[in-house]
Design a protein around this ligand. Structure first.
Ligand SMILES: Cc1cc2nc3c(=O)[nH]c(=O)nc-3n(C[C@H](O)[C@H](O)[C@H](O)COP(=O)(O)OP(=O)(O)OC[C@H]3O[C@@H](n4cnc5c(N)ncnc54)[C@H](O)[C@@H]3O)c2cc1C
Length: 356
């Protein structure tokens, strides 16, 4: 007998997003196997959003579209002579996976400790931190295509990973969902200590020592969403052409910059916001975090529109100072589904503030 997929009507989502925004959806579906995925409603008719743990999501209205929250669980480990293959359900928690691997003696993910969210969301923006990114250990992503109702095995190459980007934000966007991920971890391991803050560790450090250092560094800089609602880095680090960079550097000699393989230059969005004088800025219930200017925080607003207004203000002040447009990393969701930042109205008083 075919079991019905779990679904709930009129579902409140405030505890399902790390910005703690009050919103609800008419239906939420929790598919946990292929048969249940095949029972999903026709997603070409109504707007929808695939939700993991909501730690990179900003709901901008009191109503949200139909929500699909995959519930694929489980971790299996296959040991080969020179590497481990670890296959993980999309609904598993990322940090718990990192801890699980390290306790089994499987090293590699230690630099990515304490990143909030689900395993299924990790490939979408190719999560990264402390010199390591998801793509470094990705072997295969299993993806369910809505149109054909079938599963596809995508190799790392198929996924087209780049900085905070992948095929799931491009050609495969909204055409399916990730059900599980397979990682490949070579047994030959050495710590990746290239990143500032880890370079004080000895090259003989164990993976657990590296993880503990990453946890200490992150905890000292980033607000815990359970204590102060936020979605991590709100904006992506902007990438500019050499010509644009030379113009900016002529005015701001000390600007941190990171040359990219394609010849472009990556800038540090947090530095730009800080230099624009906005670190610690607060207006009513929303603000820019005091230690990490790249993180926008919610001190108690129920409304995603307040965060949008703040983000537009930050973007405007940074453009005025540096002529660089910051692009959000966080996904913005209205009752019509995902929205472009530029399409969202700025109705809150912050948007009307002038900056000197
Ligand atoms: C305090 C804090 C620190 C952070 N630090 C980092 C960091 O260092 N590096 C970094 O890269 N990110 C960081 N983030 C962002 C966030 O942790 C990642 O983007 C994470 O992958 C989001 O996981 P999630 O399950 O919460 O995703 P959600 O917010 O639920 O979803 C994010 C996106 O993934 C899609 N998605 C989710 N699940 C699936 C699925 N199964 N199939 C297809 N699409 C799916 C959603 O539709 C959406 O587009 C941070 C966030 C916070 C709050």
């Amino acid at each position: 007998m075919l079991m019905a997929m779990q679904s709930i009507q009129n579902y409140a989502l405030q505890s399902n997003n790390s910005f703690n925004i009050k919103t609800s959806c008419s239906h939420i579906y929790f598919p946990s196997n292929l048969a249940e995925l095949q029972q999903l409603p026709d997603l070409t008719v109504e707007p929808f959003y695939i939700l993991g743990e909501g730690s990179n999501t900003l709901f901008v209205e009191e109503s949200a579209p139909i929500i699909i929250q995959p519930k694929f669980h489980g971790i299996t480990v296959e040991e080969q002579a020179e590497y481990y293959l670890v296959t993980v359900g999309a609904a598993e928690n990322w940090h718990e996976l990192v801890c699980f691997c390290l306790t089994k003696g499987i090293n590699g993910l230690e630099n990515l400790a304490l990143i909030p969210g689900s395993v299924g969301a990790a490939p979408v923006q190719n999560i990264g931190a402390y010199g390591v990114e998801f793509a470094d250990f990705c072997e295969e992503v299993q993806w369910f295509e809505f149109a054909s109702k079938t599963l596809h095995a995508l190799t790392k190459k198929d996924c087209d990973f780049a900085y905070r980007d992948s095929i799931f934000k491009q050609s495969h966007y909204n055409k399916g969902l990730i059900t599980q991920v397979t990682f490949k971890f070579p047994k030959a391991w050495q710590p990746n200590l290239s990143y500032a803050g880890l370079d004080t560790l000895s090259v003989a450090s164990t993976a657990t020592e590296v993880m503990n250092q990453v946890i200490a560094l992150r905890s000292s800089k980033l607000p815990d969403p359970k204590v102060l609602a936020n979605a991590g880095s709100f904006f992506k680090n902007p990438v500019v052409s050499v010509e644009e960079f030379i113009t900016i550097q002529a005015k701001f000699e000390n600007i941190p910059h990171y040359p990219q393989a394609n010849g472009e230059i990556k800038l540090a969005a947090g530095w730009l916001i800080d230099q624009a004088g906005l670190k610690g800025f607060r207006h009513d219930n929303v603000g820019v975090h005091q230690q990490q200017a790249l993180v926008l925080v919610n001190y108690g607003s129920d409304f995603g529109a307040d965060i949008i207004s703040l983000a537009k203000y930050v973007q405007r002040v940074v453009v005025e100072k540096f002529s660089v447009t910051l692009i959000p990393e966080v996904r913005m969701i209205s009752h019509l589904g995902e929205q472009a930042f530029t399409a969202l109205n700025d109705t809150h008083p912050i948007g009307k503030l002038s900056h000197d």
